[in-house]
Design a protein around this ligand. Structure first.
Ligand code: KIV
Length: 272
């Protein structure tokens, strides 16, 4: 049943579309550096997202707002060097597309030219339509992002589940259609009720990729450091961890310190 199982040498937006048609789920994870992106690539991940969650994970900010276009380009360039097969999508950071569609296009062009990535991702619906259209008209593929859009955290005032009331749910459904009509190739649905995410996924021709949006979306995404158990004190209900790498790394570092202090490292075989 796995459409991608055999010889897809490059995951493209068309491949993702075919995966939806064949009912094969899309697996997406974030990466911000060459080492981790190499591991994702050798595990044959479908999509690598250079998310603006780099602001939290790599830079220690409380929100995604402070990260700059220059910083995103550095992360994305390192990731692209490691990835041949997976589709690489790069987040447009806060402030680079919301106000002005010409600036939005210029930001998107910088990402595509300077990083070699395959596509960009933008948060929002109808309110960013002009920017979406202008970028698409330049031939740059866009992944949309609706629901809990972290760049709007100051408007929301909370990281709680979005679209739990009818009005916001209706708006989200409408925005999803607007983005599909405009030509977006896929849509991230973040932290919305599973039933709503299922309804939206069924109603769209383009694939949806969920995070905290239940099992009926066409794919799933998690932040790599969260699913590896590296991020500390972040345990939302939707997060499944696949390791305790935070603890493991910490133990390894403690072991190294103690070996250095005791003179055990390096031993005779570890010297010239
Ligand atoms: O920035 C990010 O990592 C994201 C995902 C959580 C979807 O946008």
């Amino acid at each position: 049943m796995a459409y991608l199982q055999t010889d897809v040498t490059k995951v493209t937006t068309r491949v993702l579309q075919n995966m939806k048609l064949h009912g094969e789920k899309i697996a997406m994870l974030t990466a911000y550096d060459y080492s981790m992106a190499s591991l994702l690539e050798s595990a044959k991940i479908d999509v690598v997202l250079v998310g603006d969650s780099a602001a939290n994970v790599m830079e220690g900010h409380n929100t995604t707002l402070p990260i700059t276009l220059d910083e995103m380009i550095i992360y994305a360039t390192s990731v692209v060097r490691a990835v041949k097969r997976a589709l690489v999508v790069v987040d447009m950071p806060f402030g680079t597309y919301q106000g002005n569609s010409k600036q939005a296009l210029a930001s998107a062009i910088r990402i595509m030219k300077e990083t070699g990535a395959d596509a960009i991702k933008m948060e929002g619906g109808e309110e960013i339509l002009e920017s979406v259209q202008r970028i698409l008209s330049a031939g740059i593929p866009i992944m949309g992002h609706l629901g809990l859009t972290p760049q709007s955290i100051n408007k929301f005032g909370t990281y709680a589940v979005r679209a739990t009331d009818d009005e916001e749910a209706e708006r989200l459904k409408k925005d999803a259609l607007v983005l599909q009509e405009a030509g977006c190739f896929a849509l991230v649905l973040e932290k919305i009720p599973a039933r709503l995410a299922g309804e939206v996924s069924q109603s769209l021709k383009i694939p949806t990729i969920g995070i905290g949006a239940g099992g009926s979306t066409d794919g799933q995404v998690l932040v790599l450091q969260d699913m590896l158990g590296i991020t500390q004190q972040f345990k939302p209900r939707y997060l499944r961890t696949y390791g305790t790498f935070g603890e493991d790394i910490s133990h390894a570092i403690q072991h190294y310190i103690s070996d250095v202090k005791s003179g055990d490292f390096p031993n005779e075989k570890e010297q010239y």
